[in-house]
Design a protein around this ligand. Structure first.
Ligand code: NAD
Length: 244
């Protein structure tokens, strides 16, 4: 399929490794000029060099950082067509162990780090009458995962935001969708304490997903032919979710 995004300009957040990196690589392969950000500057520079992206160090959990990042990238690329919102997930925790400071930090890093760059990207996308906004959430937003309370709770809210936002921006040719990864083989999966062989048994396809499989979905949703898909939360999870 011809995605017809050759020459478009993208920002992929949280892309020094894992799903973000795989998405950046997929967009670059389609001829998209791609900027990547992450907070670990050394790994970011290394990744950018390896895949041919433009590196922008940024800690998205800091107030206003996402908006400033979008402004810098837009100025550097001469515009922005595709915004891929993605950050690291919160630490595992159950409800009674999470205090108010941790909820606030979770809100900053999972919620405002999504809202702030989207707000900054919209005026330019509206002016050019074309835009693709993709937000990486999690299957946990639809069906809670054990011991991931902050992700379970806040990401479900992001899906509401995405659907409501699609109604406000559709007339300007901008689509916005959530992508829900299931168990996918990245460093994060190991760090969150999941054992690949064990979780694979719970997946109907009988295996853990590959980052490039998730990236293929993201790349399609960023494409011209995907222009009639908006306001959706779409899973790439090997059939893990039971709800339809
Ligand atoms: P990862 O930890 O491997 O990679 C996260 C990337 O985001 C890294 O490049 C990291 O540097 C960057 N990042 C983290 N915090 C940041 C911050 N504050 N500012 C800027 N950059 C930051 O994670 P992943 O497996 O690629 O997952 C990406 C997202 O998808 C996470 O939010 C995760 O919770 C979610 N998710 C992953 C899985 C999975 O199985 N891998 C499943 C469900 C949901």
């Amino acid at each position: 399929m011809d995605y017809r995004i050759d020459g478009r300009r993208a920002l992929v957040m949280g892309a020094s490794r894992g799903l973000g990196r795989a998405i950046a690589e997929a967009l670059l392969a389609e001829g998209v000029k791609t900027a990547i950000c992450a907070r670990d500057t050394d790994r970011l520079q290394k990744t950018a060099k390896e895949i041919g992206a433009l590196p922008f160090p940024c800690d998205l959990s800091q107030p206003g950082a996402g908006a400033r990042l979008v402004q810098e990238v837009t100025a550097r690329l001469g515009g922005l067509d595709i915004l891929l919102v993605n950050t690291g997930g919160p630490a595992p925790a159950s409800f009674e162990t999470i205090d108010e400071a941790q909820w606030r930090a979770g809100f900053e890093s999972l919620w405002l780090s999504a809202v702030s760059p989207i707000r900054a990207a919209l005026p330019g996308m509206r002016a050019q009458k074309w835009g693709r906004i993709l937000v990486v959430t999690s299957v946990a937003a639809r069906e809670p995962l054990p011991n991931l309370m902050i992700s379970n709770a806040l990401r479900a809210g992001l899906h509401g935001l995405i659907n409501a936002l699609s109604r406000e921006i559709g007339a300007d040719g901008i689509t916005v969708n959530a992508l829900m990864p299931g168990y996918t083989l990245t460093e994060r999966l190991k760090e969150a304490g999941f054992k690949a062989e064990e979780v694979a048994k719970t997946v109907p396809l009988g295996r853990i997903g590959k980052p490039e499989e998730f990236a293929a979905l993201a790349c399609f949703l960023a494409s011209e032919p995907a222009g009639y898909v908006t306001g959706q939360a779409i899973a790439c999870d090997g059939g893990l979710l039971r709800s339809i």
